[in-house]
Design a protein around this ligand. Sequence first.
Ligand SMILES: NC(=O)c1ccc[n+]([C@@H]2O[C@H](COP(=O)([O-])OP(=O)(O)OC[C@H]3O[C@@H](n4cnc5c(N)ncnc54)[C@H](O)[C@@H]3O)[C@@H](O)[C@H]2O)c1
Ligand SMILES: O=C(O)C1=N[C@H](C(=O)O)CCC1
Length: 240
Amino acid sequence: MKIALLGYGRMGKAIEKIALEKGHTIVLRVEENNRAQCRDEQLAAADVAIEFSAPAVAVGNYRWCFENGVPVVSGTTGWLEKWEEVMAYCQEKQGGFFYASNFSVGVNLFFHLNQYLAKIMGKFSDYKVYIEETHHIHKLDKPSGTAITLAQGILDNHPGYKRWQLVHEAEMAEDVLPVKAKREGEVPGIHVITYKSGVDEIEIRHSAFSREGFAQGAVFAAEFMKGKRGVFGMDDLLSI
Ligand SMILES: NC(=O)c1ccc[n+]([C@@H]2O[C@H](COP(=O)([O-])OP(=O)(O)OC[C@H]3O[C@@H](n4cnc5c(N)ncnc54)[C@H](O)[C@@H]3O)[C@@H](O)[C@H]2O)c1
Ligand SMILES: O=C(O)C1=N[C@H](C(=O)O)CCC1
């Protein structure tokens, strides 16, 4: 399969390694420095684009792919306020779009565990929940896309919470789910959900050892997207 890499940083390079090991070819590598020189024909030569860039530029890359008939798999986080706009343009251009806030299989199992736990804990109001995520110091967005998906999974299943909020020092209302974001060294990604009462606590935790799991999932999604139109996510890929 011919792959265009839109974004060739930490993730782009991890994805390239796995794609080459699986026998795929990289036909285009796009970075901030060479983006202006990249032509439509170069992108259109790819079967699939894999997009891991930055919050401010991701939507422009999706538009570029839809306009050139190339299905795009993206893991860039921090742009979700433009979700509706992306969906409308994808439909208008009959594009193919695959998005995941986290491509690791383990995290996607963790998402389901989180929803199941929230459903149970919603019946026990003595327990208050909070989310804590830890990532490397280079990360631009806060909280992580994964933490937002986890928060949404709780809001959808626990009647005690109406919205989430990034933890600052200010007091939070009872029905607000606190999300704490920590930035430390080169941590690839840790997410912890804690339910705490006056007498004990219950915790579930996912910790990535490296970027390999994210990259494996992204290549797997690209193989799935070859020749596809429409909008897909990890539950489609993993059939869960
Ligand atoms: N969904 C997941 O599983 C997952 C996993 C890891 C990282 N991420 C997200 O992926 C994104 C990239 O992470 P990273 O660690 O590789 O970042 P990075 O900073 O190492 O790399 C970003 C790359 O994007 C390039 N870039 C900048 N502007 C561009 C443009 N207009 N077009 C194409 N490329 C451009 C940069 O030159 C760089 O090569 C972030 O949003 C991060 O949160 C998601
Ligand atoms: O390294 C990053 O940046 C990561 N971003 C994703 C997120 O925001 O959830 C996935 C984990 C790693």
